[in-house]
Ligand binder design. Structure first.
Ligand code: F6R
Length: 260
């Protein structure tokens, strides 16, 4: 795992956007896995800026979002589809027919989840998966105890995640209890993963994922087994990393051909 520590949240978000932009420049028809939440908002703003100012072209890009709440009506302001429309899709040129989400209103959820996996495969697989991390170590909504081989399916959020996400809904009661999420196994199938973590509230989960044991107790730790995974953090999220100095040393001494 390559660990990149940036001084500020904005710098970390710009670094993540640069990595995504390099992927799209290198392969115009990239398949991107995308995340929601507060962490990637600055990433999407920067990508929109690169689209406007530097003509970063998304015309051939295909996207698959990680997850969606179950039961929110179409257009609900807190649905992840709406989040993505607001923060990215309305600002860049990804064709609507190449944008994919789990459908939180599907009548047959298991069949829909199997279909989502098939759609990812038919698109050629995910080239780059963007991830955030929950304070409990979840990726997507693979909460602690999720199988590290899991595929797209329905999950029940932990009370902690419900509480963490209540800030978007106004109250804990309004947060749905269920989501459809790509599984850890689905995420691990991506050719490359990029996890962005910002702020002190993520420091413990970040240290566990990068330096702790690989365990379903902290699903993000499965990424230690991923051959091409970058972890981008700001200083606040890096405070619990035991080998932070070494990661900085590696980054500062990176060969120029490896830089994005
Ligand atoms: C969202 C997702 C989640 C979030 C995580 C962190 O699509 O998959 O795993 O990345 O809950 O959320 P924020 O960024 O709001 O702290």
């Amino acid at each position: 795992m390559e660990i990149i520590i940036k001084a500020t949240a904005v710098e970390a978000q710009h670094e993540a956007a640069r990595i995504i932009a390099a992927q799209v420049r290198g392969k115009a028809a990239s398949v991107l896995g995308l995340a929601t939440g507060s962490t990637p908002i600055g990433v999407y703003s920067h990508l929109a800026e690169l689209h406007q100012k530097e003509h970063l072209d998304f015309a051939q890009v295909t996207t698959f979002n990680l997850d969606e709440y179950v039961g929110l009506p179409e257009g609900h302001p807190q649905s992840y589809r709406e989040f993505m429309r607001q923060h990215l899709f309305s600002r860049v040129n990804i064709p609507a027919h190449r944008i994919h989400f789990p459908d939180g209103l599907a009548a047959d959820i298991p069949a829909h989840c199997a279909g989502y996996e098939t759609a990812i495969r038919q698109a050629g697989g995910i080239d780059l998966q963007l991830l955030g991390i929950g304070s409990d170590g979840h990726i997507g909504f693979n909460e602690p105890s999720s199988s590290l081989a899991s595929r797209t399916r329905i999950k029940t959020l932990t009370p902690r995640t419900v509480k963490d996400n209540a800030r978007f809904f106004g109250s804990v009661e309004q947060v749905p209890r269920h989501v459809i999420t790509m599984g850890v196994g689905t995420i691990m199938d991506a050719r490359a993963c990029l996890l962005l973590a910002i702020g002190e509230s993520k420091a413990e989960a970040v240290a566990g994922m990068a330096e702790g044991p690989i365990t379903a107790d902290l699903p993000a730790s499965a990424l230690q087994m991923h051959p091409v995974c970058k972890l981008v953090v700001d200083e606040a999220a890096a405070t619990r990393l035991r080998r932070a100095d070494y990661y900085r040393w590696v980054y500062d001494n990176k060969p120029s051909w490896q830089r994005t």
